[in-house]
Design a protein around this ligand. Structure first.
Ligand code: NDP
Length: 397
């Protein structure tokens, strides 16, 4: 049915490759390309399908990307490299006539700043070229937006309050490690908190607001309010929302390490001079921290991510909670990666599948909640991320 090019051979790229290979009726030709080709070859070995092609590419370089696209001629690119590469890959897609999907919004390297404006600015060019770009198709952003669109379509006349709740109750048995790229993860968590209320953005201190939230099959966990990129697109696409917030759990041990890392300057993203060489402290830190791809083996416990929604249906107030729990152990058994990579990679594959099946074909730059959520929700149940619904319960938030 279609040719797919996966860019990035990290934890998420590994899961995407496994899931794409499992759906050979949709993805008939597959290539994995990344900065380090041997990592792509290792993934192909783990999958055991020598038909999957690999290539080396520097995704910061538009010309290299265009040459690769013209050679392999993919129908769609799944970008699971880093957010820094979003714009170069989008630019190359326009030049070579390829459709685009990613899981994280563009961030400039020298500024921890999350907003869609840079990518939304490509809308007219993608539209004129008849190409579809799908932004933020991991779990959060991604499934969080699809859950919201599904709630709006089936259960609410008006969504008024949206709380996205993200719990990782897993244990990787390391003193400190991040579950996805440490540089991106630490940049995200150490920024100021922000949420949307009554048409305005309210800024908070970093991790200043927190409360216990009870997660299914897990129990109560301290959850911290932080800014997350899908809030921006969701309040735009569902303008009845009065308040939108994002919560994530962190253990005390993790927060203590994070505080020390910040206090000693290791979270800095500016260049410093070290023995006549320029280094960026957070990039050096990444090099000495455990590799998120290697965490899977002894990872126990599960993640639980969902949307807690309050709004109006037929003139009456109602609440709705939709969530998925994902076992790290089961994710590892299937793909060799832990649950955080799994919950990101599976939706990225499903998004590309929706495009190739013609369900999500819409020239222009689109966030996931702009598409019909029904087929995607159906695939989540079939592809390893089953979801559950609770109606008219106490949402706690
Ligand atoms: P990793 O760091 O494990 O992998 C990133 C991969 O991209 C590596 O293989 C790396 O190459 C490659 N890469 C980096 N720079 C370039 C470049 N210039 N050219 C080519 N390849 C490059 O990250 P993850 O797999 O954990 O995360 C991947 C993406 O998923 C990130 O954008 C992250 O923000 C996003 N994500 C989204 C989530 C969601 O729910 N929406 C949740 C978690 C992650 P090399 O191997 O040589 O270093």
């Amino acid at each position: 049915m279609g040719r797919v090019l996966i860019i990035g051979a990290g934890g998420v790229g590994t899961v995407v490759a496994h899931k794409v290979a499992q759906n050979a009726d949709v993805f008939t030709d597959i290539m994995i390309a990344s900065r380090t080709k041997s990592k792509c070859d290792d993934i192909v070995k783990a999958i055991g399908n020598p038909e999957i092609k690999t290539a080396r590419v520097d995704a910061d370089n538009v010309d290299e990307l265009v040459a690769l696209f013209n050679d392999f001629k993919p129908d769609i690119v799944i970008n699971v490299a880093l957010p820094y590469q979003d714009l170069t890959i989008m630019e190359a897609c326009l030049q070579a006539g390829v459709n685009y999907l990613d899981t994280a919004n563009y961030e400039p390297l020298d500024e921890a700043h999350f907003e869609y404006s840079w990518q939304w600015a490509y809308h007219d060019r993608f539209k004129e070229a008849g190409l579809t770009a799908i932004l933020g198709c991991g779990f959060d952003p991604g499934v969080s937006g699809i859950f919201t669109a599904y709630a709006a379509k089936h259960y609410f006349d008006e969504i008024q309050y949206l709380d996205i709740v993200d719990c990782n109750a897993g244990d990787h048995h390391k003193a400190f490690a991040t579950n996805f790229n440490p540089e991106i993860n630490i940049r995200e968590i150490t920024q100021k908190g922000r949420y949307y209320e009554n048409g305005q953005w309210v800024e908070t201190g970093s991790l200043e607001i927190h409360q216990p939230i009870t997660y299914p099959n897990i129990g109560p966990k301290e959850s911290y309010l932080l800014y997350h990129e899908e809030l921006e697109s969701l309040v735009k696409h569902f303008p009845t929302i009065k308040r939108a917030r994002f919560w994530m759990t962190f253990g005390q041990e993790y927060l203590t390490h994070l505080r020390v890392i910040q206090n000693i300057g290791m979270a800095r993203i500016d260049e410093i001079d070290y023995n006549g060489q320029k280094i960026v402290p957070i990039q050096f830190l990444k090099a000495v921290l455990p590799n998120p791809q290697d965490l899977g083996e002894n990872y126990t416990g599960e993640t639980s991510i969902g949307c807690r929604i309050r709004g109006i249906k037929d003139g009456k107030e109602r609440t709705y909670y939709v969530y998925n729990n994902c076992s790290h152990e089961a994710a590892y058994k299937e793909t060799g990666m832990q649950g955080v990579s799994y919950t990101t990679g599976v939706p990225a594959m499903i998004g590309a599948m929706m495009f190739l099946k013609g369900e999500w074909k819409r020239p222009g730059v689109n966030n996931v909640e702009e598409f019909n959520p029904d087929m995607f929700m159906d695939q989540l149940n079939k592809q390893g991320l089953p979801w559950h619904e609770v109606f008219d319960t106490d949402l706690e938030v």
